[in-house]
Design a protein around this ligand. Structure first.
Ligand SMILES: NC(=O)C[C@H](N)C(=O)O
Length: 493
């Protein structure tokens, strides 16, 4: 890693303004880092060096004119789920082969309006369905972290595996990601990075390929808490093109960094002490509690009684919405077309060839739970469970709790091709056991690195907050980061 690529966004921003180096120099350093590493890590599915250089030169001109934006000259990577005008946007699916949108997603447009530079598109699980990045049409992402003394390849988590790996390996200064059931927070935990899924409605979903529209939300993955705050400030906005985006002012999240935790009440949910939780996860959680207490927060025991129903309910609601959203890939409007003897045959052949196994599984589950005979038994029931989960949180917040501290993953990063997980999809779905309630309730959730396990791999802690109170999460996460330190993988690539 060269010196320039090891700077955080905050550091690079300040040095760019002081003209210590140019935006073009910073961008060239990242392009060289990607050239050096991407073959081994597979974080980028498309690199856009010419576009990056052009954007960096424009940034340098604005800096010279004293018109620098909040992210002026900062090179970022974009998850392949975000539409980027004229640039590869395939949700890492074969069915979107060759798709280059004629429009830009609101979130990425917000970043460019603030002066950020696009390096390229990042690998992910196909249509964001997965927890290991193994369902991508473009192959696995390799986690930049390795177990001590081993060169076994590990997953970076998913679905935003490319975003997390690129940030951890310093192949971008920060990245966009999305989280439907944990896709920002779990890969952040597996790679020692910080990820936040803001409140549903904080970022516009316009121009983001839909998976499960009532759960999907964009957010950043960054190297530290401050950088995540800076990125979210740029990404968030109300947007007339997305009626679920919320018209509330976007606070200066960075101002929350370093604020005192005195008077803050942190809830520890009993139900997250799930059976069979590895000792190391439990230890890390207890450590987190001790850190927050030492920083002045009050710790209280809380109950979120419907937690155990969240996972099965999610795996009804999300596939149901996916089966509807993915109906549009029919060989006519986008990407791949496999010719057939008539139009129905063409649809069938295109969808059979275009979707991977996991996506097909979810379309089938979703179609089943929405079908006339099963709608009430599954879909309607799952929606009722969702209301109960939301109420659980409302009750604890009503009782004065400001944020909840919980684990983020049931383990550290696992091996690519893990046989147990590959053989049983439900085991893979269990990866989401701690993250899914947040999406079901529409709340903000943040993942912050808290330490390394006995294998030398990062583990994260999760903070869950009240709607639109991301600032509380940033200041609490910063206290954890101050106590735990930051974590960078040893370079092997
Ligand atoms: N998209 C996500 O948030 C990932 C989640 N594991 C899922 O497969 O649905």
């Amino acid at each position: 890693m060269t010196e320039l690529t090891s700077l955080t966004i905050a550091e690079a921003r300040d040095k760019l303004k002081a003209k210590a180096f140019s935006a073009l120099e910073l961008t060239e350093a990242y392009i060289a880092a990607i050239d050096d590493a991407n073959e081994k890590i597979n974080a980028y599915v498309a690199v856009t060096p010419e576009k990056a250089r052009e954007m960096a030169k424009a940034s340098d001109a604005r800096i010279a004119a004293g018109k620098a934006g909040a992210l002026e000259g900062i090179p970022v990577g974009v998850k392949d789920l975000f539409a980027t005008e004229g640039v590869h946007t395939q949700a890492c699916s074969h069915v979107l082969d060759g798709f280059k949108p004629r429009y830009e997603s609101t979130v990425t447009q917000n970043l460019w309006n603030d002066g950020a530079v696009m390096l390229g598109k990042l690998n992910m699980d196909e249509f964001a369905m997965g927890s290991s990045n193994e369902t991508s049409y473009y192959g696995n992402v390799i986690n930049p972290w390795r177990e001590t003394g081993s060169d076994r390849a590990l997953v970076p988590g998913g679905s935003s595996g490319g975003s997390a790996a690129a940030v951890a390996a310093h192949l971008c200064a920060g990245a966009t990601a999305t989280d439907t059931g944990g896709s920002i927070r779990q890969p952040a935990a597996f790679t020692g990075t910080v990820g936040i899924k803001p409140t549903y409605g904080r970022c516009s979903r316009w121009g983001i390929v839909s998976y499960a529209s009532s759960l999907d939300q964009a957010g950043p993955i960054a190297r530290d808490v401050r950088d995540a705050a800076i990125l979210l400030k740029s990404m968030a906005s109300v947007d007339a093109k997305d009626t679920t985006s919320v018209d509330l002012p976007v606070p200066d999240y960075e101002a929350a960094i370093g604020q005192s935790l005195k008077g803050l009440k942190i809830g520890i949910p009993r139900e997250y002490r799930v059976e069979g939780m590895p000792e190391e996860i439990e230890k890390m959680w207890n450590q987190g509690i001790a850190w927050l207490k030492a920083a002045g927060a009050e710790i209280v025991d809380i109950s979120l009684p419907h937690t155990k129903y969240a996972l099965p309910a999610y795996y009804i609601v999300a596939p149901a919405e996916a089966s509807s959203n993915l109906a549009r890939y029919d060989g006519v409007r986008y990407g791949l077309r496999v010719d057939g003897k008539d139009i129905a045959d063409m649809y069938e052949k295109t969808r059979a060839a275009g979707f991977g196994m996991e996506v097909k599984r979810r379309i089938l589950i979703g179609t089943y739970v929405l079908s006339a005979g099963y709608y009430d038994a599954y879909y309607l029931k799952a929606q009722k469970v969702r209301t109960l989960i939301k109420r659980d949180f409302e009750n604890v917040f009503h009782d004065g709790v400001d944020a909840v501290l919980a684990p983020i993953t049931p383990s550290s990063a696992f091996a690519i091709g893990d046989e147990e997980l590959a053989a049983d999809p439900v085991k893979m779905y269990l990866q989401d056991v701690f993250t899914i309630t947040v999406n079901m309730a529409g709340l903000p959730g943040l993942s912050v690195p808290a330490g390394l396990d006995s294998k030398g791999l990062p583990l994260g802690l999760q903070l869950i907050g009240k709607p639109f109170e991301e600032e509380t999460l940033f200041k609490t996460a910063y206290a954890i980061e101050q106590a735990a330190g930051k974590f960078t993988p040893a370079k092997w690539w």
